[in-house]
Design a protein around this ligand. Sequence first.
Ligand code: ARG
Length: 430
Amino acid sequence: MTAQQHKGETCVLAYSGGLDTSVAVAWLRETHGFEVVTCTGDLGSVRDLDAIQKKAIASGARKAIVQDARDIFVRFFVWPALQAGALYEERYPLATALGRPLLAKLLVDVARDENARFVAHGCTGKGNDQVRFDLAVGALAPDLKVIAPMRGGMNMTRDEEIEYARERGIPVEATTKSPYSVDENLWGRSVEAGVLEDPWGVPPRDVFQWTVDPDEAPAQPREIVIAFREGLPISLDGDELGGVDLVERLNKLGGKYGVGRIDQIENRLVGIKSREIYEAPAAVILHTAHRALEDMVLSKETLRLKAKLAQEYADLVYNGLWFTAHHQDLAAYVRSTQRFVSGEIRLRLHRGAATIAGRRSPHSLYSTALATYGKGDQFDHRASEGFITVFGLPLRTQARTQALWGEGSEAMLDVPKKALEAPKTKKKTT
Ligand code: ARG
């Protein structure tokens, strides 16, 4: 783009208050001639909204909008993902990935209020977050144009950014710069880069800020009880809590017991594997508890299908496809499965682990009378005979006609034909 090509036009920038986006404010103004409006959504990591607003203005923004979006984040993004059992590649609870579509939505809303035709974000060209922003904006407002200075154009090293900021009187934190790239919100903390790029290297202590080293956690376990209503957690140890409070409390409590550390090599959408460290105590505890309750109240078939869809759901969230029809359709199924997911889960937090200690539910499909090996057994043992006769019918038919496992058959896997006369293997003599 040529210099000052957008003179006088408004661009709304997703603003974190960090160095990159602060420099981007000045850069968008000076290089393109934009009037910059910043948009900051607090999803649980912004400590001081006033300070961020001041910093945006000091960086050259015409207007700085800040919003506490924590409640919306939990209700409309975190809870549905919890109900879906969405864990990317079986582990990552998707904190960052869930936050992006909401930040994009806030950005689009502000762009509409300001009659802007341009929005911008500070994502690099190598990660998932650029995809999530771009796709979300594309789905919500296809007429808006997205500018990503960090993906091209701005091209500054960290030292150059500091220099650029100093020259313009943009406050640069005196605090020692973090050796990592960190993103955090209520649902978790994502840490990458620096020494973590060596996948064999043990993460140093300074990576962790929410959780204690499990070795240094209290020796005594702590028991907690979480109650769910229709798939949503509503209380902790009997205290009814709103979503934000509940998640905050569990992050603190879990962190104290070293729960919620995840070290993962994951597949980014752009085709590279990356090593991430996550801290997500509340997410780990709540997913564990929710899953345990589902095990008790959902049928085997629903559990099976839901587990498959959980993977699909996690992928779509990770890949930035939040605002799609596919998501709406999956969410409708998930919501329907949650109508009996009410009850209580008892967990034990101890030195890095959150383990299920007990569960109960008015909709439980677990029946002691059917399960017991003791007195009061109501299961009809004799009926099993007929059941197995029918269940095994195709297998016996096949055995009679195809001799799959008999003498001389081909498909013997590695089992010796006569297991009892198997050739003796030589033992190593020491
Ligand atoms: N890999 C995670 C994701 O794609 C987290 C990325 C967050 N960014 C960071 N600077 N650590 O959702």
